[in-house]
Design a protein around this ligand. Structure first.
Ligand code: GRF
Length: 220
């Protein structure tokens, strides 16, 4: 993805809190992530995460679904907005909308998402509560390319987080979120460095086919 000397350009899409966005911004500031964020776009003007981008003088835009008659026209407008910034990678960081197939296809191999579960387990919402109810001993988060089916595109990287006997969904969510930040930065770094890349329809890691996601363990 970054065969040239130019840093990878990101457009980040958020809907709310923006803690993953903040982690990415902090990593860029610390010189740990060779990317440039050219815009942060939200479907909610009141998304608190937009403030993190404003503090860094990054363009922020809000696109309200109420201003569009249907999902298709909303996604066409969103695509037009994203494309103005010519990103090499579109990063979904808590963007709480299901995308239309046309939008997903437009960013084929160029859009990633972070999901709070060890995919393919627990796609969709309320992953932490569902993990507790299922009695799993390990939970976590995954970074994956976006495909038309929700939370189902090829996973790149996962972090495993032990479930503790007394965990509530909130406690588990907080521990997973802490690891998400590391995970997303690692995945974006590998993409920016070209260590993870697509060759035709084959996902490669360091030049070798990546058939299964790379798993890392939680760190304190
Ligand atoms: C994260 O848990 C992420 O995995 C999910 O949405 C949440 C976003 O959190 N897709 P934040 O807005 O980055 O704090």
């Amino acid at each position: 993805m970054s065969d040239t000397a130019q840093p990878l350009t990101l457009v980040v899409l958020i809907s709310g809190r923006g803690s993953n966005l903040k982690a990415i911004l902090d990593a860029i500031k610390d010189g740990e992530l060779p990317v440039v964020i050219s815009a942060v776009i939200s479907n909610r003007a009141d998304a608190t995460g937009l403030d993190y981008a404003r503090q860094e003088n990054i363009d922020t835009l809000a696109l309200d679904a109420d201003d569009y008659p249907d999902k298709e026209s909303y996604d066409r407008a969103l695509q037009g907005l994203i494309d103005c910034f010519e990103p090499g990678l579109v990063v979904l960081a808590g963007f709480m909308r299901i995308l239309t197939p046309a939008l997903v296809q437009h960013y084929h191999h160029k859009m990633i998402n972070i999901h709070p579960s060890l995919l393919p387990e627990f796609r969709g919402l309320h992953t932490h509560q569902r993990a507790l109810e299922a009695g799993v001993r390990e939970h976590g988060a995954s970074v994956h390319f976006v495909s038309e089916e929700l939370d189902s595109g090829p996973a790149i990287l996962r972090v495993r987080v032990p479930v503790l006997p007394a965990d509530t969904a909130e406690q588990l969510a907080a521990r997973v979120l802490q690891q998400e930040h590391r995970l997303y930065i690692q995945a974006i770094r590998w993409l920016a460095e070209g260590r993870i890349r697509w060759q035709n329809e084959q996902l490669l890691f360091d030049g070798q086919p990546l058939k299964n996601p790379i798993d890392i363990n939680a760190e304190n």
